[in-house]
Design a protein around this ligand. Structure first.
Ligand SMILES: Cc1ncc(COP(=O)(O)O)c(C=O)c1O
Length: 350
């Protein structure tokens, strides 16, 4: 979270703009909160240039719940295609299987998810209800820098993207997307809000077993307030959207994110001591897993990092090693501080 946003939230915590109450104390049906909600939706639509035929929904349950909610709404109990490019899409495929038949369009597990087969090689079904892609695999550090163009690949199915961990880090080509979902807790705000952006023609086809609170038609009809929405999370998301505007918008953040990632990958690639193992064309600009070539130094590395205030660098338990998550709120100076530490640690060990 950007510090200035946390400070703003702290200043407004007990009395939101002279209303005499904090956001957590407001009715979600009152004019104050409705104003906060409408501003957040409008700001997000402008930031990501979301066309008018898409609805913006704020839901709950995170990306994990969307792994079920998407097939419950879109699969029509038929067949769906899933590109398995890391742990998150692997989970999505397993969950979708409970509601429909899943065709694994590609499976990069044999390459330890360090590379992705080119979409031109995917085995897409002729009759898929949708094609699921996780466009940034948070754990494996694999990112699609361009969305697959399904029409050019001979598929008429809508593309569903899980953009949880790089939403708002770059623009989205909505002409290629049917539905996008993402948990808030990376680039949007605190955990608890799930963003769903869905094309209107995909709404209204839920399976009869779909819970009402998860039926996109019900959620859209009630402007994300069929059940009490996560009001504080939506307010925080709105503050983040305004912070992004002040940074110059998503294109400005994209340029900054490219510079941040380049700085770190350039160091890792010339290092004799550290390495990133993802194929260069697929490297994530948000999550950079890296390894010490001598893994017996891992604990010493983490202790030294902590002493400098460089926190949460331990890699995901399924991958090991280290991982630097350099989301939107991480400034270039933060990445520079990490690179300085990596350089010094390497020199010390030589
Ligand atoms: C790409 C991706 N998808 C889905 C999830 C699951 O999100 P949640 O824990 O909010 O359900 C995560 C969480 O880190 C993620 O990174």
């Amino acid at each position: 979270m950007p510090v200035e946003v946390l400070q703003q939230a702290a200043a407004e915590m007990t009395d939101w703009r002279g209303s005499g109450m904090g956001v957590m104390e407001m009715s979600h049906r009152g004019k104050e909160f409705i104003g906060i909600y409408e501003q957040a939706v409008a700001d997000l639509r402008a930031l990501l240039a979301i066309p008018s035929e898409f609805r913006i929904l704020f839901m709950q349950g995170g990306g994990i719940a969307e792994n079920a909610i998407v097939p419950l709404n879109l699969s029509r109990a038929g067949r769906v295609d899933v590109a398995v490019t890391g742990s998150w899409s692997q989970k999505s495929a397993a969950e979708a299987q409970r509601y429909c038949s899943v065709n694994v369009a590609c499976d990069a597990s044999a390459q330890d998810f360090r590379d992705v087969p080119s979409p031109a090689q995917w085995r897409l079904s002729a009759d898929a209800s949708y094609v699921h892609v996780c466009t940034n695999e948070t754990i494996h550090g694999v990112e699609f820098h361009e969305l697959p163009d399904l029409r050019a690949l001979g598929s008429n199915a809508p593309l569903v993207i899980d953009f949880s961990s790089h939403v708002l880090s770059r623009p989205v080509d909505w002409s290629r997307v049917g539905l996008a979902f993402g948990g808030a807790q990376k680039n949007i705000g605190p955990a608890g809000v799930t963003l769903v952006v869905v094309r209107e023609d995909l709404i209204g086809h839920a399976l009869p077993i779909c819970p009402s609170a998860f039926d996109y038609a019900t959620v859209a009809k009630h402007d994300s307030m069929y059940n009490t929405p996560p009001t504080f999370g939506i307010y925080m998301a709105g503050l983040i959207f305004q912070w992004i505007q002040r940074q110059g918008g998503v294109a400005a953040l994209q340029a900054r994110n490219i510079a941040k990632a380049q700085l770190l990958y350039d160091f890792l690639d010339q290092s004799a001591f550290f390495e990133n193992r993802v194929s260069p064309a697929w490297r994530s600009r948000m999550n950079v897993p890296f390894f010490l070539k001598d893994e017996s130094r891992n604990e010493a590395f983490l202790a030294g990092a902590k002493a400098r205030g460089l926190l949460q660098l331990k890699g995901h338990k399924s991958v090991g090693g280290m991982r630097a998550s350099i989301y939107n709120a991480m400034p270039l100076e933060g990445v520079q501080a990490l690179v300085d530490y990596l350089r010094e640690f390497e020199k010390e060990q030589a």
